[in-house]
Ligand binder design. Structure first.
Ligand code: COA
Length: 261
């Protein structure tokens, strides 16, 4: 995406990380120049956020400069220095942040977690399927010191699910009621009792929640209530509060899905 200003003067490296103050890394200049630079970064955030929303079929951008300023999220931009007659262009955007979530595994066991989340991800239409998404995603993984399976992903598109399958062999997502998805290795593996060993109910619960030290997130399972009380429940207003969603933050997407964030 091209801008009227010189992108290379604002973003000095091929991938830049933007924090809520919207000051690009390596910025030097006086106060007036800072205001100008921050407003240019804000323009990039808003334009890329709108393009990403359009690409995902959302009616409203989930990434805007105002939202970034009021968050603890991080944005990564991918820059093509040679585009636009040497003025540079912004080719990709990726947003991450930690969220407090309740997540369920396939057996209905639930966990209270604050995992790193993939909140928005966009490569310009003219540049998709050229490996640029992988370059940006890998940079983020390395900067944040995480593996893809440790992340919860907010409303992934089919393209993103294809991307995760292709590059990281992540398939068969565990879909959550809050529109996030995770993958099986996100959860600790639970050791099941040998079939011939009779167990009391409390022994059974204890062995079920034994954690595999190799689990992706070192999750603390919340011991689930048994029987029908343990079954996943439909979303409720308290659930929305827990998942950081307020009714005002929810939007109906054109696809009919509810978008938060
Ligand atoms: N249709 C289907 N799969 C696609 C795709 C498309 N138009 N574009 C990318 N993918 C998936 C495929 O698995 C593809 O592999 P393939 O070409 O061998 O089929 C793989 O991603 C390509 O990887 P890479 O080139 O590194 O990714 P990218 O630069 O295209 O970036 C996205 C991936 C998802 C960020 C990019 O496609 C995009 O911006 N899509 C629109 C916005 C979006 O859906 N964002 C996800 C937010 S939830």
């Amino acid at each position: 995406m091209e801008f009227s200003f010189n992108v290379n003067e604002v973003f000095k490296s091929p991938i830049v990380e933007i924090t809520p103050n919207l000051i690009p890394p390596g910025y030097t200049g006086d106060r007036r120049a800072l205001w100008d630079t921050v407003s240019k970064v804000g323009e990039v955030v808003n334009q890329m956020g709108s393009a990403s929303a359009a690409a995902q079929g959302l009616t409203k951008a989930i990434t805007t400069a105002d939202r970034i300023r009021n968050s603890e999220h991080k944005l990564y931009f991918l820059i093509d220095k040679n585009a636009n007659s040497g003025k540079g262009a912004v080719t990709g955007m990726l947003k991450t942040g930690n969220k407090s979530l309740y997540v369920f595994d396939r057996d209905g066991n639930h966990y209270q977690v604050q995992p790193p989340c993939l909140l928005d991800f966009y490569i310009h239409e003219t540049k998709q399927r050229n490996g640029l998404g992988k370059v940006l995603f890998e940079h983020m993984l390395q900067k944040e010191g995480i593996a893809p399976v440790q992340m919860a992903i907010d409303r992934p598109s089919e393209k993103l699910l294809g991307f995760l399958n292709k590059h990281y062999s992540l398939k068969d997502p565990v879909k959550q009621m809050n529109n996030y998805v995770v993958f099986d290795d996100f959860f600790p593996k639970r050791s099941l009792p040998a079939p011939h060993e009779p167990q009391t109910q409390s022994e059974g619960i204890r062995s079920k929640i034994q954690q595999n030290p190799n689990s992706a997130n070192g999750l603390q399972p919340v011991p689930s209530p048994m029987g029908r009380y343990g079954a996943p429940r439909p979303p409720c207003s308290m659930g929305q509060i827990i998942h950081n969603q307020s009714p005002n933050e929810q939007r109906q997407e054109t696809t009919g899905r509810i978008a938060s964030q």
